[in-house]
Design a protein around this ligand. Structure first.
Ligand SMILES: [Zn+2]
Ligand SMILES: [Zn+2]
Length: 266
């Protein structure tokens, strides 16, 4: 299986266009109705970051959301992180039938780093939840090693890489939370999780049209308001340590919220 990945924003922005170019047959998955999930169905969840923003935010096609989150042993998101995410999701998503979360532990061969292609290959093996008629599916993975494209200036904590897919480099999160005066692992991890999901919701200017001009174009698909969740520093360890004050998880500023509301969200 081969993947062609075009990285359109480097390192810190981490929004990717990734497309699988092969359709190997893996007919073993079925949806809740025991229908076979075809490659054609899976392709709906293999599109560009932000392209499903309206589907995720609004209640027009999909009435509920299922989050399928896998984690490598010892890198499970904390209960508090999940609670924070739940709050973020219910505050912003307009879903009449709510949401569902599936958390599953995985074991993986030891690795020192992951590329986007590595992560997509894992997703293709693990993922069982794809969009159905009225439910939209989101895949997340908590990893035990760092991002392959880290540099000495930036340790990436998370990436959003397809329309309904994100990855969190939880061991990097852990290592930053152990630094002197650092916020807790839950605060760092929650910030990154909410931030990456914010990209899937189309922020900033990547699927949810801006109602006012607030894109920090120098840093890609990010907001120019420094204390906003979508400020660019929220996804590198170095940036986050400098920007989180008082141990609080950053929230969306009014401009980001206005973009989501204009695209069907709350
Ligand atoms: Zn970002
Ligand atoms: Zn903002």
């Amino acid at each position: 299986m081969t993947f062609k990945t075009i990285v359109y924003s480097i390192l810190i922005c981490s929004s990717f266009i990734a497309c699988s170019t092969d359709s190997e047959s893996t007919p073993s998955f079925t949806d809740g109705n025991n229908d076979i999930i075809t490659e054609e169905i899976k392709e709906r969840n293999r599109k560009n970051v932000g392209s499903s923003a309206n589907d995720l935010l609004s209640n027009s096609t999909y009435k509920s959301t299922v989050f399928e989150i896998f984690y490598v042993k010892d890198y499970k998101p904390t209960d508090e992180t999940i609670e924070n995410f739940k709050k973020f999701v219910t505050e912003r998503l307009n879903k009449s039938k709510g949401w569902e979360l599936r958390l599953e532990e995985i074991t993986v061969p030891a690795k020192t780093s992951y590329t986007v292609d590595d992560i997509i290959a894992m997703e293709n093996n693990l993922r069982t939840q794809y969009n159905t008629d009225d439910k939209i599916a989101v895949f997340g993975i908590y990893l035990d090693a760092e991002y392959a494209n880290n540099t000495e200036n930036g340790s990436v904590l998370g990436i959003a890489y397809q329309n309904t897919s994100f990855a969190i480099f939880e061991n990097t999160v852990k290592s930053f939370s152990n630094k002197p005066l650092a916020p807790s692992r839950t605060v760092l991890s929650s910030t990154v999780l909410n931030h990456e999901f914010g990209h899937l919701l189309g922020l900033v200017n990547v699927g949810s049209n801006m109602q006012t001009d607030h894109q920090d174009t120098a840093h890609g698909k990010h907001c120019n308001v420094e204390d906003c969740l979508m400020f660019w520093t929220a996804e590198t360890g170095e940036g986050l340590l400098n920007s989180i004050t008082g141990g609080q998880i950053p929230t969306l500023d009014p401009q980001c919220i206005a973009d989501l509301q204009a695209n069907g969200g709350k």
